[in-house]
Ligand binder design. Structure first.
Ligand SMILES: Cc1cc2nc3c(=O)[nH]c(=O)nc-3n(C[C@H](O)[C@H](O)[C@H](O)COP(=O)(O)OP(=O)(O)OC[C@H]3O[C@@H](n4cnc5c(N)ncnc54)[C@H](O)[C@@H]3O)c2cc1C
Length: 578
């Protein structure tokens, strides 16, 4: 079946819904989502959204922009970060006006809490910059935006999985999607398409990410010749529940929680004397791993299961209940402990992809290193790379990125629609998707996807994790080549058409395998340590050779690498100290 719209938004997380809200008043808009909209991963965001409101302490957007640049280890495009910090204030008030129930100060203002890497006056001390709704900030954002989209008449296609992007030359014509309940293939012809498909943490074995975070958008774009930027930078959040990876928000440390080793020592005092437990995530994750390697971890069942403690016992039951109620529940459900009485066993968990589909500050996708725009194609949110997070994102800056750039992209799309003609989708547009599904369901015998997924996740976790080196990463690249080879023979055990979850998981596995391959190749190539990319064999940052964005082009069985300049027009790169 064929549908025609002015604007197609793929993904109904915070990024997709904000863009939909902006464009919907002015253009015929549809949102396609493989999960029911309010189940998008944005709903799991706990801690907060940053803006230099200065409601609780003095604060300035300039300080916020600087923290973002420094936190990103100077791989951030500085004008983009500056703009995000400036527009943050209005963005948060817009959310408030649209009905978001933020926590309040006694005077009735939006309350703010501390978060890692956010400081006063260019690094002096932590500052209260994160606006929050208990530890359910993302949930509240998603509910607020969804209600507004319904009010604005946005057309929702729930449980439609996008399989392919239709490009005519360097112009976008639409997308191809599978309707999950019927197995039917649909074509959506549109003047503009925006990818807001979220993260890809599922390429790692231990992750905070939802099952749906399989990087479909970037993988689809990569297969259509669009480069992916800075994929080697993947953030490990320091505090996942040991063994499970379920996130314990940084808000726990923002409220005063402390990481402790087997001596009960606050070890961050040795790694970041000024910011202590509120240093950026890359540094805290490395510090945890170093403590464990040095034998200062708390002994798990086996040595490889060692972990550290996140101690929130001194915060008191009342603070935990009022400011961190969901975290308290997670600890009771998954660990059988009350964080008011016992410290929480934690380990780093794969959390956030800084890299993704390269865009400009209007969300327009750039098809090469000369910033050539792919007409009508946009990307926003975790699947995109604008780049405001550089080599390491600060906590609370992702929700902000969704809102600021979601709004900008939505506005640009509305304008573009007015001044452009649609490109007809060619008759053979669905061939690739139909052949993919036909192969996966042709009843032949082939390897089972579950085992391949497991192997890929373990390979990535062990070789392309918090610490990296040439030998391990070269091994990972080889293994991923084999995995992609095996994927060509993989078959679904279910040939049904209605909610064939086996088939859908295999499609997602294909996407993850492509992204893991691109990530490992990009990481092996970058011979320095910067932000979340930490190499044992190249322990220093090397601005002379590597102050540049990676652009990776997927070309069949190989990845071709190119580079883009980093915008360092405001602050000259300096060594990072906290
Ligand atoms: C547990 C957790 C806590 C977090 N806490 C915070 C926090 O406190 N502050 C902060 O700033 N950041 C936080 N983050 C990060 C932040 O929440 C995410 O980066 C952000 O929400 C991503 O939003 P998004 O709109 O890009 O994508 P998502 O919210 O992940 O939405 C992706 C959408 O794309 C759709 N989709 C994907 N593939 C397809 C396809 N093939 N076809 C159709 N639809 C598709 C999905 O259905 C979904 O609707 C947290 C992340 C996690 C995992």
């Amino acid at each position: 079946m064929k549908h025609t719209f002015d604007a197609i938004i793929v993904g109904s997380g915070g990024a997709g819904l904000y863009a939909a809200l902006e464009v919907s008043g002015q253009a015929k808009t549809a949102v396609l989502s493989k999960v029911y909209p309010v189940r998008s991963h944005t709903g799991a965001a706990q801690g907060g959204i940053s803006a230099a409101l200065g409601n609780v302490e003095e604060d300035e957007p300039r300080w916020h922009a600087f923290d973002t640049v420094k936190g990103g280890d100077y791989l951030v495009d500085q004008q983009a970060a500056h703009l995000m910090a400036e527009e943050a204030i209005q963005a948060v008030y817009d959310l408030e006006n649209r009905g978001l129930p933020f926590n309040r100060t006694p005077e009735g203002r939006i309350d703010q809490r501390r978060f890692g890497g956010h400081t006063r006056n260019f690094g002096e001390a932590p500052v209260r910059r994160a606006c929050y709704a208990a530890d359910r900030t993302g949930h509240m954002i998603l509910q607020t935006l969804y209600q507004q989209c319904i009010k604005n008449g946005v057309h929702f296609y729930d449980e439609y999985q996008v399989l392919d992007l239709v490009l005519e030359g360097k112009k976008c014509a639409g997308v191809v999607a599978l309707e999950l309940s019927t197995g039917e293939i649909h074509v959506f012809e549109s003047k503009t398409v925006l990818f807001a498909t979220g993260g890809f943490g599922r390429m790692f074995k231990i992750t905070s990410n939802a099952y749906a975070n399989t990087g479909d958008g970037p993988a689809i774009c990569a297969r259509r010749g669009i480069p992916l930027q800075d994929m080697e930078f993947f953030q490990f959040h320091p505090t996942g529940i040991k063994g499970l990876g379920i996130l314990i928000s940084e808000a726990v440390r923002g409220e005063g929680g402390i990481l402790r080793n087997n001596q009960g020592e606050q070890f961050m005092a040795r790694f970041a004397p000024t910011l202590l437990d509120l240093a950026p995530r890359d540094m805290v994750s490395r510090a945890i791993m170093m403590e464990i390697r040095a034998g200062a971890g708390i002994r798990g069942d086996r040595k490889i299961d060692d972990y550290v403690h996140l101690d929130a016992t001194h915060l008191g039951k009342e603070t935990l209940q009022s400011k961190l109620p969901d975290i308290t529940d997670f600890c009771k459900t998954y660990l059988g402990i009350d964080p008011a009485d016992s410290p929480i066993p934690v380990l780093p968990t794969a959390h956030y992809g800084m890299g993704g589909i390269p865009t400009d500050i209007h969300g327009r996708v750039m098809g090469d290193n000369r910033e050539t725009v792919v007409e009508g194609l946009y990307a926003v949110g975790e699947c995109a790379c604008v780049s405001v997070h550089g080599a390491n994102r600060l906590g609370t800056n992702s929700l902000l990125d969704l809102v600021v750039f979601g709004r900008r992209a939505g506005r640009h799309m509305a304008d573009h629609v007015k001044h452009s003609d649609s490109t007809p989708v060619p008759d053979d547009a669905t061939d690739f998707s139909r052949q993919w599904i036909a192969r996966l369901t042709d009843k032949r015998k082939g390897p089972h996807g579950g085992r391949i997924l497991e192997e890929m996740q373990t390979t990535m976790m062990e070789n392309v994790g918090v610490y990296r080196n040439e030998t391990d990463m070269a091994r990972a690249v080889k293994q991923l080549e084999t995995i992609r080879e095996q994927y060509r023979r993989v078959r679904s055990q279910d040939q049904g058409t209605s909610f064939n979850t086996d088939l859908l998981e295999l499609i997602e596995l294909g996407n993850l395998a492509d992204l893991a391959f691109i990530t490992a190749v990009s990481a092996l190539n970058r011979q320095e340590s910067r932000g979340a990319h930490s190499r044992e064999d190249y322990p220093e940052r090397n601005d002379a050779n590597w102050l540049k964005h990676t652009l990776a082009f997927l070309e069949g069985d190989r990845v071709r690498l190119d580079y883009r300049d980093v915008d360092v027009s405001i602050w000259a790169p300096k060594p990072r100290k906290y």
